[in-house]
Design a protein around this ligand. Structure first.
Ligand code: SAM
Length: 207
């Protein structure tokens, strides 16, 4: 997976590649889908949600430019797979999931795999997670109609926010940087994610 889907498609950060080699993706997919755990596609994880395609996880993680000492916020814990990668790449990870059953399952899985620096919270991640802000990096793993203002507020000076923005059919993966209180934004890839539902997200799956 890492050679063909990640490195050969342009993800070059050695720390990200090493983390993707170390995290056992098959631990994060339902048992009946284990045969496809390393395939080039997202997979269902229950509750109508997905674990993202490996390449997209690699691209989003690389864009965060993590060096090891950061405090990171993930919005959309899902299976916990990306949180497990972030746990290897940063000092502290807070991950918010709106579906309580997924949050509980991910928390248990991450604890079993020894990811002791990940804190999973249940809630509306479009509000960020103010208790642990500011964050050096924020990654949103669901598609937003626009950038939620609380996430920009909770981003530290010099921080990076990676977020898919756009309509349900297709989004652009944006890398937002905050410098001197101002943000600049760069489009990285086209992508397709499940909707970010919440106060600063979509109001319903079809709105
Ligand atoms: N990062 C996950 C992984 O590694 O398995 C994949 C996440 S999945 C593509 C998107 C997740 O975002 C879903 O689990 C969904 O329930 C969650 N989500 C949607 N809206 C949310 C919100 N407002 N706050 C937190 N999580 C949300």
């Amino acid at each position: 997976m890492v050679q063909e889907q990640i490195r050969d498609r342009g993800i070059r950060c050695p720390r990200v590649l090493d983390a993707m080699l170390r995290v056992p993706r098959h631990e994060f997919v339902p048992e009946d889908l284990i045969d496809g755990a390393y395939a080039d596609q997202p997979l269902p994880i229950g509750e109508g949600q997905t674990i993202s395609q490996p390449f997209m996880v690699g691209a989003m993680t690389e864009a965060l430019e993590l060096e090891g000492e950061e405090r990171v916020l993930e919005v959309g814990t899902g299976s916990g797979y990306q949180a497990a990668l972030l746990a290897l790449l940063a000092r502290e990870v807070h991950s918010v999931e709106s579906i309580a059953g997924l949050a509980t399952a991910a928390q248990e899985r991450l604890a079993r795999l020894g990811c002791s620096n990940v804190h999973v919270h249940t809630g509306d991640g479009t509000l960020g997670w103010a208790e642990a802000a500011p964050y050096d990096a924020i990654v949103v793993t669901a598609a937003a109609p626009r950038i939620p203002p609380p996430l920009v507020e909770q981003l530290a000076e010099g921080g990076r926010l990676v977020i898919p923005v756009g309509p349900a059919t297709e989004q652009e993966l944006l890398l937002v940087r905050k410098n001197c209180g101002q943000t600049t934004s760069e489009a990285l890839h086209y992508c397709r994610f499940v909707p970010l539902l919440g106060r600063h997200g979509w109001q319903s799956p079809h709105s």
